[in-house]
Design a protein around this ligand. Structure first.
Ligand code: NAD
Length: 257
């Protein structure tokens, strides 16, 4: 098994990428601390893993709050004795996120609090835990919008993911000699609740699909496979990367018909 004896904490484990990654990690032998503000989803994720014979627990934490992040890391160490993998994945895309003129200050602040501060706080409390266990792997979920501009405006979200990407690079440099690898996962458009709620009409979906060379949205399970690689020792020489899993979207100039 590829994650035998590893302990992984996953934020946003109650849905989408986080949920599927938790299942995938558990199948490879990792013990999972599932974190989410969605108690129902988080509990379901942990129960799902246990039902399949894996080890998993759920703890409530809002990643935008320091005390919650401190608590979630402590819960992982108290339950499983250590932490090896930190997947800072929780994120929001607000329905009222728009262009500079139309995005409200509160939507901007909320997006930054979860998507950027949440990753910072995960690292603030998670890195000492990784150091205590002799090193490990951090994966921060950014997005393809961190490297490409989109005419469908979601300014706060895009800026937040750019921040995750640059923060990841600096963290990777700081901890490169401390046996802690830090990579930014940049998924393309996926068929998860987060995006489908935002692209809520067929026309909006079509407008996005035109730009994806593969002509389809990605699946959360396809992202989970990539996260597994970054989490495992198979990626032992990979750090500071902009790890794009995007159906070719960032390579496209003209997409195939
Ligand atoms: P999702 O909405 O299915 O899951 C996100 C989870 O995060 C939810 O369970 C939610 O309750 C949780 N969450 C939200 N705010 C939280 C908070 N403050 N504290 C703790 N948990 C919180 O979305 P997803 O598609 O699985 O997205 C996961 C990550 O991937 C996000 O960071 C998102 O920005 C990123 N991403 C998604 C896509 C996509 O197309 N879906 C593309 C690129 C990047």
């Amino acid at each position: 098994m590829r994650l035998e004896n590893k302990v992984a904490l996953i934020t946003g484990a109650g849905s989408g990428i986080g949920y599927q990654t938790a299942l995938r990690f558990a199948r490879e032998g990792a013990s999972i601390m599932a974190v989410d503000i969605n108690e129902e989803g988080g509990l379901q994720c942990a129960a799902d893993i246990r039902q399949r014979g894996g080890a998993a627990s759920y703890v409530y934490a809002d990643v935008s709050r320091a005390a919650d992040c401190e608590k979630m890391i402590a819960a992982a160490e108290a339950t499983y004795g250590k932490l090896d993998i930190l997947f800072n994945n929780a994120g929001i895309s607000h329905a009222d996120d728009d262009d500079a003129i139309n995005t409200s200050e509160s939507v901007w602040d909320m997006t930054m609090a979860v998507n950027v501060k949440g990753v910072f706080l995960g690292c603030k409390y998670g890195i000492p835990a990784l150091q205590r266990s002799g090193g490990g792997s951090i994966i921060n979920t950014a997005s393809f919008v961190a490297v490409l501009g989109a005419a469908t405006p979601q300014l706060a979200y895009t800026a937040s993911k750019g921040a995750v990407l640059s923060m990841t690079r600096e963290l990777a440099m700081i901890h490169a000699r401390g046996n802690i690898r830090v990579n930014a996962l940049c998924p393309g458009p996926l068929r998860t609740e987060l995006l489908m709620k935002y692209l809520d009409t067929d026309e909006k979906k079509q407008r996005r699909l035109v730009h994806i060379p593969m002509g389809r949205f990605g699946e959360a399970t396809e992202i989970a496979d990539a996260v597994l690689f970054l989490a495992s020792d198979e990626s032992s020489f990979v750090t500071g990367s902009t790890f794009l899993v995007d159906g070719g979207i960032t390579a496209a100039y003209v997409t195939p018909e």
